[in-house]
Design a protein around this ligand. Structure first.
Ligand code: PEP
Ligand code: MG
Length: 327
């Protein structure tokens, strides 16, 4: 009823002409798991693990991380849970890790770079927890993704680390399994080599908050340049298209977990661009599910073609039939 929020759709949805699109939730802490399930999310498309590391004196233990991951799997027993490995640096400082003193932290040591380099120890501990969780009752549905990838070599090294952690666990006689592995596409570099990334992985998930920041050279947290941080700029749309088109040639699937995914006014465009999954804050799940049911996949595809041909944000808004709005 009006004023009480949209009715929840708990089953999976497809477009009016039958193309399934998963609608998952972004979750940033254990307390958000049940609300996400109650909103009808088809699993978790982005489990941000940073909350385990911030506001404390020391990193979480393997046991603590294992408990959290298995709690997420239990909250969604039938659905995929995509856990992102630690994504610190940039706007996400962690005091005890000494990430200070970089002139441009967003262009510095952050995301998977830290996991492969100076914080390989934390990465291995987290992977041990993840691989053990993957062997539990609902662990089949666990997927793991790496943040802020720019180079194919990073993915290769991350996958090698997963394999070596699996070998260690096997030597120790510890139950484990290797989950599906993916990368976030949130840099222009990743979008341009999405084909090579998808060849090596099970899935890609686009983080439009960072992607718009890096494509547009506009700090995502700086109000003074908010209009430049624009996911509807044609350059960002073309980066999305480049990514989905590259994945289409592979066996991988492609999702989006940036803020853009949760805007029902953009759902038709995103379906038209070819996303298999959209992951968003739980509150927007019902609206986006409802919108997907109204969309015709062929019409959406031509809408996307028209949007990709635009030269300005204004033209994109016209194509989408939207008034000008904040980026
Ligand atoms: C993104 O960058 O779009 C994203 C989903 O990751 P985060 O917002 O956590 O950086
Ligand atoms: Mg990001």
């Amino acid at each position: 009823a009006e004023g009480t929020g949209p009715a929840v759709i708990s089953e999976r949805v497809a477009t009016a002409d039958g193309r399934p699109v998963e609608v998952a939730a972004n979750v940033g802490g254990e307390s958000e798991l049940d609300p996400a399930a109650e909103r009808g999310a088809d699993g978790i498309g982005l489990f941000r693990t940073e909350f385990l590391f911030i506001d404390r004196e020391a990193p979480p233990t393997e046991a603590e991380q294992y408990e959290t991951i298995t709690a997420a799997l239990s909250a969604f027993p039938e659905d995929r849970v995509v856990v992102r490995t630690l994504d610190i640096g940039g706007d996400k400082p962690v005091p005890y890790l000494d990430l200070s003193d970089e002139p441009n932290p967003f262009l510095g040591r952050r995301g998977v770079r830290l996991s492969l380099d100076e914080h390989a120890d934390l990465f291995e501990t987290q992977l041990r927890a993840l691989l053990r969780a993957a062997a539990t009752e609902h662990g089949d549905d666990l997927a793991v993704m790496f943040p802020l990838v720019t180079r194919v070599e990073e993915v290769e090294r991350a996958v090698e680390t997963v394999e070596s952690v699996a070998a260690d666990l096997a030597d120790e006689g510890v139950d484990h399994a290797v989950p599906d592995l993916g990368a976030m596409v949130e840099t222009p570099a990743a979008a341009f080599v999405a084909d090579a990334l998808a060849d090596r992985l099970d899935f890609l998930s686009v983080g439009t908050n960072d992607l718009a920041q890096y494509v547009m050279a506009a700090d995502r947290g700086n109000d003074a340049v908010a209009e430049y941080h624009d996911p509807l700029h044609p350059a960002v749309l073309r980066a999305l298209d480049r990514t989905t088109a590259a994945v289409e040639e592979t066996d991988a699937w492609v999702g989006m977990c940036g803020e853009m995914a949760g805007d029902p006014a953009l759902t038709e465009l995103l379906v038209g661009l070819g996303f298999d999954e959209l992951s968003m804050s739980a509150v927007t799940v019902p609206d986006v599910k409802r919108r997907i049911r109204e969309v015709d996949a062929d019409a959406a595809a031509s809408l996307a073609i028209d949007a990709l041909a635009c030269e300005t944000r204004g033209e994109v808004l016209d194509v989408l039939g939207l008034d000008d709005r904040e980026g």
